[in-house]
Design a protein around this ligand. Sequence first.
Ligand code: GRG
Length: 300
Amino acid sequence: MTVAVSTSFEFAAYLEAARLRVEAALDVSLGPERPESLREAMRYSLLAGGKRLRPILCLAACELAGGDSDLALPTAVGLEMVHTMSLIHDDLPAMDNDDLRRGRLTNHKVFGEANAILAGDALLTRAFEMVALRSPGVPAERLLAVVGELSLASGAPGLVGGQVVDLESEGKQVDLETLEYIHLHKTGALLQACVLSGALIAGASEELLTALRRYARGIGLAFQIIDDILDVTASSEVLGKTAGKDLTADKTTYPKLLGLEESRQRAEALVEEAKTALEPWLERAHPLLALADYITSRDR
Ligand code: GRG
C-alpha cells in the first residue's frame, strides 16, 4: 500500500519557503566567533547553499508534533552546523580528499587543513550552544533530550562510527549488512536526530517518537542509496561535488552490490516504509511525507 501526499499540498512552495527561512536563520547564527579568520571559514561552508534538508526535517517534525517551529529554529540551525562540519571533515585529505563541495572549493582548499579542521570543530560545538544556550522558550528537560540525540548522532554511535567503518571498508569486499551499518550511522543517525529533535521540542508522545524513528530509518537508508546512485548517474556540475568518487575511492555502494535498478527499487520501498510509519498522523504529516518522496526524486 502506498501512502499518498495530499494533492492540495504545494510541496515545491513549502520547500522553498522552508529553505529561505533556514538560510535567513543560518545567516545570523554566527556572530561572536573570533578571530575573524575562524568566523570566515565557518561561514564559508555553512552559507554555501545545500538543500537544507536536515533543518527542514526538524521544523517539519516539530509542526507534526503540534509544536511552534519558531522554537525549533535554533536547533534546526545547530543540526545544519553538525552536517556542515561533517562535510568539511569528510572532504579533508585524510578522509575523502575532495576539492569540490556545494559547488565551490572545499574548506581546506581555501583556508588550509588546520583551519578547516578547526572550523569543523567550532561548528560542531556551536551546534550544542545553539540548543543549550540559544533556544529561548523551550523547557530545559526538552533541550536536554535534544542534546542527548545530537550527541548520539554526532559521536561514535552515529556519524563518527559510520565514517570509521566506511574508511576501513575502502578497497574491501563489503556485504550488504556492513553497507547498511555504514549508511545508517554515517547518514541515517543525523537525519534521525533531526526529526526527533523537532518532535522533542514540541513535547511529542512516545508513540510519535517511535514512529519517527521508523520514518527516519527508512529515509536515512533511502537517502544514502540515492546518494550512491547519483554519484554514478549525475554530473559534478549538478551535484556541486565530485561525481564518480565512490568508484575512484573503491567504495562498496548499493549500485555496485545490487545494480542501479534494484537499488532504486530498494530506496523507493524504504521511503514507502517510512511514510507508512506516519499514517496515524496523516492530517499533519504532509510535509514529512513529501520530504520522504523528495529523497528518491531529487537530482542532486
Ligand atoms: C568530527 C564528530 C565528527 C564527525 C565527522 C567526517 C565524518 C565524521 C562523517 C562523514 C559523514 C558524511 C559526510 C556523510 C555523508 C552524508 C551525505 C549523504 C551528505 C550529503 O548530504 P546532502 O546531499 O548535502 O544533504 P547538502 O550539500 O545538500 O547539504
